[in-house]
Design a protein around this ligand. Structure first.
Ligand code: ADP
Ligand code: MG
Ligand code: ZN
Length: 489
């Protein structure tokens, strides 16, 4: 991108809360049920029905706010945001306008060069999800007809709004990853973009580098993955720069991101807050939150990724990189901590190495998600113990590792069943060493004329004969002995 321009990005992220029931009624909040089975007069907005706030949704919103370093509004309220759409039976969304439950928070992101950037959170408010339209066609414009499923109508949703603090598509991607990780640790949502429990609108503008005023922004809707957000931002930033360099003016508008085509198209010129005719929701009382209540909720928060990452570095001596890939997913962090608890803190680096180099490799190959770890901490630690005791070599450990993943058996059983025990019997190894030295006179001559690597080659031969089970230090010692004997003959 031309360095004459600076990109400014603000995100509005919607996250469905993982409550048992919906926010204003007792219908189940579940993904994937038969269409229109989790519905009732309240979430279908039948006349005379009244909403009652789900206490758990309130708690989760505050919990998300605390996890994102927000202040909590002691006296908050709900407001009606009025608009018509086929997925919104009431004709208004219950949301929060001037008194969001949480405000003034931040998330720190770590850039590739190791520097940290603080991205401010403007607000987090609690609102109602709408139903889901399923278009018979590419999108609403191309569809012959659309079907509507109200199972999602009334699901509690939080909207997290950032200040326009992000400066590149890459930063936006890092922010979304970090946000997802924190919310998942907090347990307030399962934050699955592919199931729509986390969705994001992207606001992008461009200004001359060094300018302190913001440019006119466009807002992208229909951004369905982190990578789509990154692609959408890159596209918009180019589009804005082209308009500006041609002497034109960017219009403030809402656009739809078509990821498959890699383009954005105009949806509507931007509406203003006034257009929604917000007013206080008359069917719900204001919400009072006490200090005790906030502290009670704070106490339910687990150790969050930033704090945990610091601890892995100071307590266990992990590098920043290793610590960051372990804390990225809560399941990975729990797996690591369990393994270290079983193996002892002195094995923490070994655990991290196996987890990052071998476990993640296997999971990548098998396309497994973080909730599908194919190995227990007990299995890994059992294998590490066999290495420590000298029962198996490091080389054999890799074989054992793969077999544990394949069969689910523990290391000891695999080693016993397949005869993988390390050979550390001097007599047995010396005999093999003498054999391979005698059988390879050419390499022996190389060694004699000073080629050091020839000894390693003989060790390799011993490994071959023992299928990798020879103790490597012992093998080298005995190879040297056999070579010297041969030289004296
Ligand atoms: P609205 O409620 O009308 O969508 P807001 O002022 O609340 O507008 O901002 C919505 C989002 O747009 C926020 O994430 C904010 O950071 C971002 N934003 C505001 N101005 C700009 C701008 N000039 N460039 C990029 N993002 C912006
Ligand atoms: Mg908005
Ligand atoms: Zn309902």
């Amino acid at each position: 991108m031309s360095t004459k321009w600076e990109t400014v990005i603000g995100l509005e992220v919607h996250v469905e809360l993982a409550t048992e029931t919906k926010v204003w009624c007792s219908c189940k909040n579940e993904f994937g049920a038969e269409p229109n089975t989790n519905v009732c007069p309240v979430c279908l907005a039948l006349p005379g029905s009244l909403p009652v706030l789900n206490a758990r949704a309130l708690e989760y919103t505050i919990k998300a706010g605390l996890a994102l370093n927000c202040k909590i509004q002691r006296r908050s309220k709900f407001d009606r945001k009025n608009y018509f759409y086929a997925d919104l039976p009431s004709g208004y969304q219950i949301s929060q306008f001037d008194l969001p439950l949480c405000y003034d928070g931040y998330v720190d992101i770590t850039l590739k060069d190791g520097t940290t950037r603080r991205i401010r959170i403007q607000r987090i408010h609690l609102e109602t999800d709408a139903g889901k339209l399923v278009h018979a066609g590419d999108d609403v414009a191309a569809a012959d007809f659309s079907l509507v499923d109200f199972n999602r109508a009334g699901v509690p949703l939080i909207e997290i709004v950032t200040e326009p603090d992000l400066r590149s598509a890459e930063e936006a991607g890092l922010f979304l990853e970090k946000l997802r990780s924190i919310l998942k640790y907090s347990g307030v949502s399962d934050v699955k973009m592919e199931e729509g429990s986390m969705r994001c609108d992207v606001n992008v503008s461009v200004r001359p580098a060094g300018s302190t005023e913001f440019g006119v922004r466009s807002e992208l809707k229909n951004v369905n993955s982190f990578s789509a957000a990154v692609r959408g931002i890159e596209y918009e930033q180019k589009r804005h720069i082209r308009i500006l360099e041609e002497g034109g003016q960017v219009e403030q508008e809402t656009r739809s991101w078509r990821d498959a085509q890699g383009i954005s198209v105009l949806l509507r010129s931007k509406e203003d807050a006034e257009d929604y005719r917000y007013f206080p929701e008359p069917d719900l009382p204001p919400v009072e939150v006490t200090t005790e209540e906030i502290e009670r909720i704070r106490a339910t928060l687990p150790e969050l990724p930033d704090a945990l990452m610091q601890r892995l570095m100071t307590e266990y001596g992990l590098s920043a990189y290793d610590a960051s890939v372990i804390v990225a997913e809560r399941e990975y962090a729990q797996w690591f901590l369990q393994a270290v608890e079983l193996a002892g803190a002195d094995q923490a680096k070994a655990v991290a190495n196996w987890q990052i180099n071998e476990l993640y490799r296997v999971m990548n190959e098998k396309e497994l998600g973080p909730d599908q770890i194919p190995l227990t901490p007990e299995q890994l630690v059992g294998m590490l113990k066999l290495m420590e005791k000298g029962t198996i070599t490091g080389k054999i450990a890799k074989t054992v590792f793969d077999k544990m993943v394949e069969t689910g058996k523990d290391a000891e059983t695999i080693v016993k069943d397949e005869g993988l025990t390390q050979v550390a019997d001097e007599g047995e190894l010396l005999a093999i060493a003498r054999e391979v030295v005698a059988a390879n006179p050419k390499v022996f001559e190389d060694w004699k004329s000073g080629k050091q690597s020839a000894a390693q080659w003989f060790v390799g031969q011993i490994m071959k004969r023992t299928r990798g089970r020879a103790n490597p230090q012992l093998a080298l010692k005995l190879v040297t002995q056999a070579l010297e004997e041969q030289a004296q003959k």
